[in-house]
Design a protein around this ligand. Structure first.
Ligand code: NDP
Length: 276
């Protein structure tokens, strides 16, 4: 059966930006599937009309089953919001390469696999929109975030290429670059920095992160609400000709503008100050 409503799949829907986006798209009239690993958290969205799909981006079978479920139940997929992701922090010298690979598996390859699986549906129906949630950290890099930045810088290039590949099929590709947003992301990133580099030669830098950009009482408290990002995702999802990139949220535009205008050395000084 083919849904009469437009259909959206939002990854990372158990928390933060994904939960806000899933709720918002459901309120806007989309049939929304919310995907993540934590089933109990997804169940909380049911009351807002979001259908839970337990998905682990690290598991191929989980991804194929999810898209097949949408195809069988809804018969179409209009909007894919690739939002799930996390920040693997810590010094390059300390973070085991297996964890770095896992960062790419979730933030890039899992996302790419979902794109592959969704495209036959989108092409068959004559178009769709893929919204990739990157970050200001996909353009601006600071210390102790090398693997997170690498995964988001990669997503930026991946998305530019994909946008051009899919234009002839009517599939739009949009990049969203949030600044600091109040979610569970910051606490997880700080935990990973402490696990990897909390003791030893980079510990002062980790303390700096805890006082600076990942400070739950500082930057993280001043951070924007996930609603800000959900609203722009809704706008991009509905647009016939969306912008290629949307940057917003606390410090997003200032960060990107500084990156465009300043030399690498001046940016190093600015990010070092932010990092405490
Ligand atoms: P949260 O930590 O609140 O949410 C992350 C989501 O990703 C959760 O729903 C989590 O679900 C899901 N996820 C993580 N790993 C996997 C996995 N292996 N398989 C499936 N789902 C997974 O963070 P945000 O809402 O802040 O993050 C959303 C996106 O926004 C991320 O890509 C992040 O990098 C980006 N971003 C966030 C910013 C911020 O300041 N918060 C700034 C810029 C970008 P579960 O654990 O249940 O699987």
């Amino acid at each position: 059966m083919t849904s009469t409503q437009p259909v959206a799949l939002v990854t990372g829907a158990s928390s933060g930006i994904g939960a806000a986006t899933a709720r918002r798209l459901a309120a806007a009239g989309y049939l929304v599937y919310g995907a993540a690993r934590r089933a109990d958290r997804l169940e909380e969205l049911r009351g807002d009309g979001v259908l839970p799909l337990v998905v682990d981006l690290l598991e191929e079978a989980s991804l194929t089953t999810a898209v097949e479920h949408i195809r069988a139940e809804a018969g179409r997929l209009d909007v894919l919001v690739n939002n799930a992701g996390y920040g693997e922090f810590g010094a390059v010298e300390d973070v085991p390469i297996a964890q770095a690979r896992r960062q790419f598996e979730v933030n890039l390859f899992g996302l790419a696999r979902l794109v592959q699986l969704s495209l036959p549906l989108m092409r068959a129906q004559g178009g769709g929109t893929i919204i990739n949630v990157s970050s200001v950290a996909g353009r601006v890099a600071g210390p102790l975030g090398a693997w997170y930045h690498a995964s988001k810088f990669a997503l930026e290039g991946f998305s530019d290429s994909l946008r051009q590949e899919l234009a002839p099929f009517g599939v739009r590709v949009v990049v969203v670059q949030p600044g600091a947003i109040r979610t569970e992301w910051g606490a997880h990133a700080l935990d990973s920095a402490r696990d990897a580099s909390g003791a030893g030669r980079y510990s002062r830098r980790v303390d700096g992160l805890a006082r600076g950009i990942l400070n739950p009482h500082g930057t993280q408290r001043r951070a924007s609400s996930p609603e800000v990002i959900a609203a722009v995702i809704e706008r991009a999802a509905k647009a016939r000709r969306p912008r290629t990139r949307y940057a917003l949220g606390h410090m997003a535009r200032v960060g990107l503008t500084a990156r465009r205008l300043l030399s690498d050395r001046l940016m190093d000084q600015a990010t070092s100050r932010l990092m405490g």
